[in-house]
Design a protein around this ligand. Structure first.
Ligand SMILES: NC(=O)c1ccc[n+]([C@@H]2O[C@H](COP(=O)([O-])OP(=O)(O)OC[C@H]3O[C@@H](n4cnc5c(N)ncnc54)[C@H](OP(=O)(O)O)[C@@H]3O)[C@@H](O)[C@H]2O)c1
Length: 318
């Protein structure tokens, strides 16, 4: 399986597996079946977060590993902590104590000694990077994380943080997790202004800097599939993607390219997030194994720049 390199000896599968509602007791058996199938297909990178189901995702991750007797070193575990307080989107949790406590709790919930890659789930630009970087770096120094990174940070903050890390001998940010699929949205549509959506300037920086990215939202939370089938999307994808007419145009192009190439939506949208010229892996979630298998079809082809351009603009190749 194609991988992207994060640090020496640390790589992520091109298709990383999201939470898949494993922390929801009603969905856990189905999520475990998807995790099993993901491993059978050659994937090894699992995403989790302290805030998913209030630790339930981390606990279920540990339960799955124990029940399948998975060796710790056979998989790559991405943890996330320091999400805003659930009761208030503007109360951030980025003190050194909060950063370390969240990771400690995730490790204890999973029953493991270290995370392969620990990300800050959100940012707060009122807090200088000079206070955050040493805390993150300390997680690596203490052996609790092999590498660190961020999610929902703007590139301006990543540049500041990495300059400070470089000048002061701290661990740099080695990976960023961001919303970045074919369907477009804005922070305001998600109802959470700490949710950062990549813009064109940021896209250019990621393309040039080669900072590894984990792109979520490739399947538009099922929006393309639901609209193509004439079904109402679920409330969250409806809120994210319905308001922009451009998404309907992208859907029409996706349908046309799918017909021409004989590829499923799941494969094309995964390939789109992977093949746009970024150093990116695709972080997706699935509610059934067939959805995962569709995304895995993207292992067998690459979208050309012309096809990417067609999906984005209607020009290019189809
Ligand atoms: N860092 C962050 O702030 C952040 C934010 C969000 C997510 N994440 C991570 O990223 C992962 C993926 O995020 P996401 O759920 O927003 O992304 P996504 O991959 O765009 O959406 C996943 C959903 O799309 C639908 N789907 C997937 N494959 C399909 C197919 N072949 N055909 C039809 N529908 C399909 C399924 O929903 P239904 O079957 O239910 O319709 C599935 O649950 C999460 O699990 C989480 O680990 C991180």
């Amino acid at each position: 399986m194609k991988k992207i390199k994060i640090a020496d000896g640390l790589e992520l599968s091109w298709l990383a597996l999201g939470e898949c509602r494993r922390g929801d007791p009603d969905a856990q058996a189905g999520a475990f079946a998807i995790m099993d199938r993901y491993r059978e297909l050659g994937g090894d990178t699992f995403d989790s977060a302290r805030m998913y189901h209030d630790g339930g995702s981390d606990r279920a991750m540990g339960e799955w590993m124990r029940s399948r007797k998975v060796e710790r070193d056979d998989i790559v575990i991405v943890t996330k902590g320091s999400h805003n307080a659930p009761s208030s989107w503007i109360t951030t949790r980025l003190t050194p104590e909060e950063i370390e406590r969240d990771l400690d709790e995730s490790l204890s919930f999973m029953g493991i000694a270290h995370s392969d890659l620990h990300l800050l789930h959100r940012d707060d630009i009122r807090i200088p990077v000079e206070r955050i970087v040493p805390a993150l770096s300390g997680l690596v120094a203490k052996g609790k994380a092999r590498a660190v990174g961020v999610s929902n940070w703007t590139v301006g903050r990543i540049i500041q943080a990495n300059q400070f890390a470089l000048e002061n001998g701290f661990e740099p940010i080695r990976c960023s997790q961001l919303l970045g699929g074919l369907a477009l949205t804005t922070s305001a549509m998600s109802g959470d202004l700490t949710h950062i959506v990549m813009n064109d300037v940021e896209f250019g920086w990621y393309r040039e800097s080669r900072l590894p990215l984990m792109c979520f939202g490739a399947q538009a939370r099922g929006w393309f599939a639901a609209r193509a089938a004439g079904r109402e999307p679920k409330p969250s994808p409806q809120k994210f993607y319905d308001p922009l007419p451009e998404n309907y145009r992208r859907l029409a192009r996706l349908e046309r390219l799918s017909g021409k190439l004989g590829r499923s939506f799941g494969a094309l949208t995964a390939a789109y997030a992977r093949d746009r010229g970024l150093n990116a892996c695709v972080l997706s979630s699935f509610s059934s194994p067939w959805q995962l298998e569709e995304a895995f079809e993207a292992e067998t082809f690459t979208l050309t720049p012309g096809e990417i351009k067609y999906l984005e603009t209607g020009l290019g190749t189809c």
